[in-house]
Design a protein around this ligand. Structure first.
Ligand code: CO
Length: 495
């Protein structure tokens, strides 16, 4: 019982001091079979869940300014006929190795971490540390840890040992800035129905940017590349695909790098909303050399999209949208763990209906509750779909940490919510289809949940058909895993 008459439960969904434990560094690396298990692991659930995220929030006690500046640590959670193996390793980037050796902060972070020594130590120092902390994917026989502005790092999928930098077999041109997000077309109609991985890079220019899309087959071989010039500054973190199009949402932002060069601000804090400018939606054909179509809608900000699909002249794009950029709210000289959530806009689920015939866009809010990290059935990527799973706040309104997982039925509007509040904090859910699936929601939802009452993390398995029945199994790890970013599933068992 946590609510009292004076203080309704809605105001007490979490305890800030306990929440802060999610942002404690995890410097240790583990390799063990998970034995502390509640419930039963489904024997048909076989494969490996890879997760990535920042896991060092200090270097030898010197705290970083923003959690997203932390070194990337990859976890591999391998499900093997009812048994589960856990392994985690830091990505041995050049920066990680140098800072661990020197035991001090040697690099400035994109999100505002400064080197010690004040302005003179930071001015004109624009060397960024590739922290490889944002996403991880197994594709074409390679496990890649990815960050938004540098080469990927290749890891051994079994041991998570860092094998070195990887430029995807040289498909990137000089000056291309890699992006972490990708989409897997489950049934590419240009490749005879084989799956393909669609990723993108951006080359930044003064007045415009060049966006290049690469499509790789399951062996990693490049099948297609195509480029378009995009006017203005292109701040884009994610994309969505349909069988015929790649779609990007160009947030109305400007980038003034001068305060970064002068050592005054992190690069991400040099992004500013462009006043009175619309959000531009870029619709890029995946076939032939047809032109890109640009549609406009009201200003806003998106990091992540849920999915997209085509119906006649229309494309439906579902996204998590914010009133303004949410991550740069940590003022210099302040501790992000003391952030006032009331100053951060909530992410909310929206549907954008693009009418290609008359170039108009309609916006509709599908859910008010603060949400992030959406997941859908992999076979429905780019196709009509019914269910979305997301991390959501415990409270139905306002901004708060993600403490629950929601399933939303887009056909009926029905919601199911599995909550870990008040002590639990959830990461990105991943939907894994049942091998003999009978329906889009027939499978499991996997998530890492931080249990702040024990300062340990759990791997939670939910039944995708019914979140209300509670967790099928909770696998207790021997330690905590800090706040994470993105992950992915592969049916190959690596243990
Ligand atoms: Co992302």
């Amino acid at each position: 019982m946590i609510a009292t008459e004076q203080e309704p439960k809605s105001l007490l969904s979490f305890d800030r001091e306990r929440w802060k434990g999610w942002y404690e560094s995890q410097p240790n690396e583990y390799d063990y079979w998970i034995e502390d298990i509640e419930g039963e692991i489904p024997p048909a659930l076989n494969g490996t869940l890879f997760r990535n995220g920042p896991a060092l929030f200090d270097i030898n006690g010197q705290r970083l300014h923003h959690p997203f500046d932390g070194d990337g640590m990859v976890c591999a959670i391998a499900f093997d006929q009812g048994r589960v193996h856990f392994c985690n390793r830091f990505v041995r980037t050049e920066g990680y190795l140098k800072e661990q050796q020197s035991e001090k902060i040697l690099y400035r972070g994109v999100f505002g971490t400064q080197k010690p020594g004040g302005l003179w130590a930071n001015a004109f120092n624009i060397k960024l540390k590739n922290i490889a902390n944002t996403h991880v994917v197994y594709w074409g026989g390679k496990l890649l840890a990815m960050w938004d502005a540098a080469e990927h790092y290749r890891l051994d999928p079994k041991t998570l040992e860092t094998l070195g930098k990887d430029d995807r077999d040289g498909i990137w041109a000089k000056g291309d800035v890699s992006k972490t997000h990708y989409r897997i077309d489950p049934n590419c109609n240009q490749d005879g129905g084989a799956p393909c991985l669609v990723s993108f890079v951006i080359k930044l220019g003064i007045l415009n940017c060049k966006i290049t899309i690469h499509e790789q087959d399951p062996t990693g071989k490049l099948q297609r590349s195509y480029s378009h010039i995009v006017p203005g500054f292109a701040f884009m973190h994610d994309l969505v695909i349909t069988p015929n199009y790649c779609i990007f949402v160009q947030n109305p932002m400007t980038f003034n790098p001068i305060p970064f060069f002068l050592g005054l601000k992190g690069a991400a804090r040099c992004l500013k909303p462009k006043p009175n400018s619309p959000t531009r939606i870029l619709v890029i054909p995946r076939h032939g050399k047809q032109p890109m179509q640009v549609l406009e809608t009201q200003a806003g900000f998106t990091y992540h999209h849920v999915n997209a699909f085509e119906q006649g002249d229309r494309i439906y794009v579902d996204s998590i949208a914010y009133e303004s950029e949410p991550l740069n709210k940590v003022e210099p000289g302040t501790d992000y763990r003391d952030i006032d959530f009331n100053t951060v806009p909530p992410g909310q689920l929206f549907r954008f209906t693009l009418n290609l015939a008359d170039s108009t866009v309609q916006q509709q809010q599908l859910l008010e509750r603060c949400c992030e990290f959406p997941a859908v059935h992999p076979h429905h990527v780019g196709r009509p779909y019914r269910y979305v799973y997301m991390g959501v706040a415990e409270r139905p309104t306002g901004t708060a940490p993600l403490q629950a997982i929601a399933k939303l039925d887009l056909t009926t509007g029905e919601q199911q919510i599995w909550s870990a509040a008040p002590h639990g904090f959830v990461g990105e859910p991943i939907f894994v289809p049942h091998p003999d699936a009978k329906g889009e929601d027939h499978g499991w939802v996997l998530a890492l949940v931080y249990d702040s009452s024990h300062h340990q993390s759990d791997v939670v398995i939910l039944d995708g058909r019914d979140l209300n029945q509670g967790a099928i199994a909770r696998l207790h790890l021997k330690h905590h895993i800090p706040y994470g970013l993105h992950g992915s599933w592969t049916p190959t068992v690596f243990n």
